[in-house]
Write a new protein. Structure first.
Length: 382
């Protein structure tokens, strides 16, 4: 099997819903990290053999293959193909894993795994509707939506409201530190937008974190999905807009184009998990990714466990015995936001940046996924 390397990773800031990116079309939003990859690496877009783009809500402005539209909107040669992938919250990470698979199998020498989700202009669930599948209901009559699944998860794994709020406060504090220290600057591309007064401005930092958050404020929030539950707007992921792209290449491409790799993709998996509770996938996905890589929990220096809801990383940490101080050290979905189809691509880039900052060797990125799935990717700094 060929080796797949990460040459570079770029992302936009994560902008609050109905905020600064309201004026930016989702197709256009993705062009910024795509073009930044070419500018930073000094490569020609014509050298890219495929662009795989994760996007969950593929309707309205994100319909009709948003990936291909973004390639054309970037001004790239029409010879560069693209496709759009939906593995729900794992879509952006799956795009990277598919790109890596293409390189490892020898079908690609250079490909991009990316993701985009404009949750302001294409709201969550705007792609749903119609009759419920009779056969899905027959085989799985007890399915619930993700918020209730998070409540079931919390009850099953004995995660309290205080546990969830404590973890959420941690996320906010770590994100505030990361922003203050400029830890995201290396991989961030600024995005121009038009404000309400018609002025053209630019967003260059994540604007969703709330550093003023206190445990008292979190404790005062009402639960969203269950009156006697624990999930609130404060301990669930924030709704934001964003896009990201990661350039994957083979050893042949590295030599041919004389580019320097930043990391090697060691292993990657996607698994199915119980669909009612739906959010336990990171545990088994992590185990399988470690097994494929011949690694153990103790070998991983940086962990990115998506904060879809606070109970998800809490459960994963407890079940696998992961040192909490290595998990989401720059904040996560609760503080920074979770732009669905883009998040996985963002997390891989964040893990890479943190490996380089901390001089670690291995990072593992994992996410829970709707309808019961999990995904994991292990990268090694080179």
């Amino acid at each position: 099997m060929n080796q797949a390397f990460i040459i570079d990773a770029v992302r936009t800031p994560r902008a609050r819903r109905k905020g600064k990116f309201t004026s930016v079309h989702p197709v256009d939003l993705l062009t910024y990290p795509l073009n930044a990859l070419m500018e930073r690496t000094k490569l020609s877009a014509a050298s890219v053999e495929d662009v795989l783009v994760g996007c969950v809500t593929q309707t309205l402005e994100q319909g009709w293959c948003v990936g291909r539209a973004a390639v054309l909107a970037s001004g790239w040669p029409f010879t560069v193909p693209a496709t759009t992938i939906n593995r729900l919250c794992g879509s952006g990470q799956q795009a990277i894993n598919f790109a890596a698979s293409g390189v490892q199998s020898g079908h690609y020498d250079m490909a991009i795994g990316a993701g985009v989700e404009h949750m302001t202009r294409v709201p969550m669930f705007s792609d749903s509707g119609g009759q419920e599948s009779p056969l899905l209901t027959l085989h799985h009559p007890d399915l619930v939506q993700q918020g209730l699944a998070a409540e079931i998860l919390a009850e099953q794994f004995k995660i309290s409201r205080k546990d969830a709020d404590d973890f959420s406060l941690r996320s906010q504090r770590l994100a505030a530190t990361a922003l203050t220290e400029g830890r995201f600057k290396k991989s961030m591309v600024s995005v121009p937008y038009t404000d309400e007064a018609g002025q053209t401005l630019s967003l260059a930092v994540d604007d969703n974190p709330r550093p003023e958050t206190t445990l008292e404020a979190l404790g005062g929030l009402k639960t969203v999905f269950k009156p006697d539950g624990i999930i609130t707007a404060g301990n669930a992921s924030a709704i934001v807009d964003g896009a990201a792209a990661v350039l994957i290449a083979s050893e042949n491409a590295i030599k041919k184009f004389q580019v320097e790799p930043r990391a090697r993709i060691v292993s990657h998996v996607a698994i199915g998990s119980p669909p009612r509770v739906m959010l336990t996938g990171p545990v088994e996905a992590t185990r399988q990714a470690l097994r494929k890589a011949g690694l153990q929990i103790k070998d991983i220096n940086v962990w990115e466990i998506n904060e879809a809801f606070a109970p998800v990383p809490i459960m994963t940490i407890r079940e696998l015995g992961i040192p909490e101080e290595l998990v989401n050290v720059n904040g996560g979905g609760i503080s920074l936001g979770h732009p669905l189809g883009a998040t996985g691509a963002m997390l891989v880039g964040m893990a890479l940046d943190e490996l380089e900052r901390s001089k670690g060797r291995y990072a593992l990125v994992t996410m829970c996924i709707g309808l019961g799935m999990g995904i994991a990717t292990i990268i090694e700094r080179v």
